[in-house]
Design a protein around this ligand. Structure first.
Ligand SMILES: Cc1cc2nc3c(=O)[nH]c(=O)nc-3n(C[C@H](O)[C@H](O)[C@H](O)COP(=O)(O)O)c2cc1C
Length: 196
């Protein structure tokens, strides 16, 4: 499997870093693009250098390199994930404003009908954010806000991040056993199939 992975300047750089680690462990070929503000949040929010993060990917690109292969629909990929995705990048994708490699690759994913997962982070959300998200959802993208699932009983920020990353990987259609899945044992009985 081959995926484009982008990180932008919304808070949540540790989620993007963990996603890259996990995709690497799962044998996914990753093509990474970092926005200028992702570089800033990596420095602010993690103990990694930007180069360390780049090295987690199979290939990495400057967001300014609009001549990169992933800028073209003829470069075959299985989709794209932007994690985290800022409201600025989300709004550019919504209107097809492809002035950097991240928004261009997202535009390509949509036009080629490939999977596009936006781990869109902002709180609270304005009517502009919500409208942009609704439009993109109708256009075929998956908008996946990085929210906490308390039923998973996370004991640390790392566990919370791992659960989130597991659910993002679900959206990419990749099999994995990173997370304990919810099982409701309380309100139903299990019946053996009847023999004919
Ligand atoms: C520490 C920090 C946290 C930020 N968090 C968010 C956020 O959660 N969501 C968001 O939409 N923008 C956030 N921003 C603002 C974006 O970085 C800014 O809009 C930037 O232009 C996004 O550009 P990019 O999408 O090209 O990375 C944050 C900025 C900083 C410095």
């Amino acid at each position: 499997m081959r995926l484009v992975v982008a990180m932008t300047g919304a808070t949540g750089a540790p989620i993007g870093v963990r996603l890259l680690e996990v995709l690497g462990e799962l044998g996914v070929e990753t093509h990474l693009i970092l926005s200028d503000w992702a570089r800033a949040t990596i420095k602010l929010e993690t103990d990694r250098s930007v180069n360390d993060v780049r090295r987690l990917a199979s290939h990495s690109y400057s967001a300014r390199d609009l001549a990169a292969g992933i800028s073209s629909g003829s470069f075959r990929t299985d989709g794209m994930v932007i994690c985290p995705c800022s409201m600025k990048t989300l709004s550019a994708i919504r209107i097809g404003y492809s002035d950097n490699l991240i928004t261009r690759a997202a535009d390509v994913a949509l036009k080629e009908r490939r999977r596009l997962v936006l781990v869109a982070r902002e709180a609270p959300l304005s009517a502009i954010h919500l409208e942009n998200m609704l439009f993109l959802t109708r256009a075929g993208a998956v908008v996946f806000p990085p929210t906490v699932s308390y039923y998973a009983r996370p004991a640390s920020v790392e566990e919370m991040t791992d659960y989130l990353v597991g659910r993002v990987v679900d959206q990419l259609g990749i099999e994995h056993d990173l997370i304990k899945r919810w099982k409701d044992h309380t309100n139903h009985e299990r019946h053996e199939p009847r023999s004919a």
